[in-house]
Design a protein around this ligand. Structure first.
Ligand code: 5GP
Length: 184
């Protein structure tokens, strides 16, 4: 028996999604975060079982074979998936937030039609490009790949229940909180 509802949030890197989500989690105080498994390497400051379960490609393939994922996808040469076990456990105690890409979001919607899909959009593609370049750690090829990906994601956003523009972090987080709280 699960009590909670699923809130799926998507938005490309560069829209400030992680800052917004941290703010949402902190302000709500009683929302659980679904921890995905990934084959990519941890980034600076990321913690095992907090940000992701960091697993080998072999382990990920084994998890697929054992039907352990609610959904999974291949993104920028790494695999990402939502392990069902931890999700079901968290749903027993309340609402859960998933930070996954559009392919994953639509798989979740199929499995759980009551899931609420929220897309965080940049104020404009120009602004996204400016933010990506502003980071300074991304090469031109990578910027192109990410912009193409973002164009595709913006197309997909039309199928989401809500689109929230991240103009200012606080306003964006508030809008997402309103969606979550009003859905009770
Ligand atoms: P990052 O490597 O920057 O943490 O994440 C890259 C992309 O993978 C983001 O769009 C993120 O939402 C997506 N992602 C993270 N976890 C999952 C997951 O479990 N399933 C799917 N389908 N996408 C995920």
């Amino acid at each position: 028996m699960s009590l909670g509802r699923l809130f799926v949030i998507s938005g490309a890197s560069g829209v400030g999604k992680s800052t917004v989500l941290a703010k949402v989690m902190q302000t709500h105080g009683n929302l659980r975060f679904s921890v995905s498994a990934t084959t990519r390497l941890p980034r600076e400051g990321e913690q095992e079982a907090v940000n992701y379960y960091f697993v080998s490609k072999e382990k990920f393939a084994e998890m697929i074979r054992n039907d352990e994922f609610l959904e999974y996808d291949n993104h920028m040469e790494s695999f990402y998936g939502t392990p069902k076990g931890q999700l079901e456990e968290k749903l027993k105690t309340g609402d859960v937030l998933l930070d996954i890409d559009p392919n994953g979001a639509f798989q979740v919607r199929k499995a759980r039609p009551d899931a609420v899909l929220i897309f965080i959009a940049p104020p404009s593609m120009e602004e996204l490009e400016r933010r990506l370049r502003g980071r300074g750690d991304t090469g031109e090829d990578q910027i192109r790949v990410r912009l193409d990906r973002m164009k595709w994601e913006m197309e997909q956003s039309k199928k989401y229940d809500y689109i929230v523009v991240n103009d200012r972090v606080d306003a964006c987080a508030d809008e997402i909180l309103n969606i979550i709280l009003n859905k009770k």
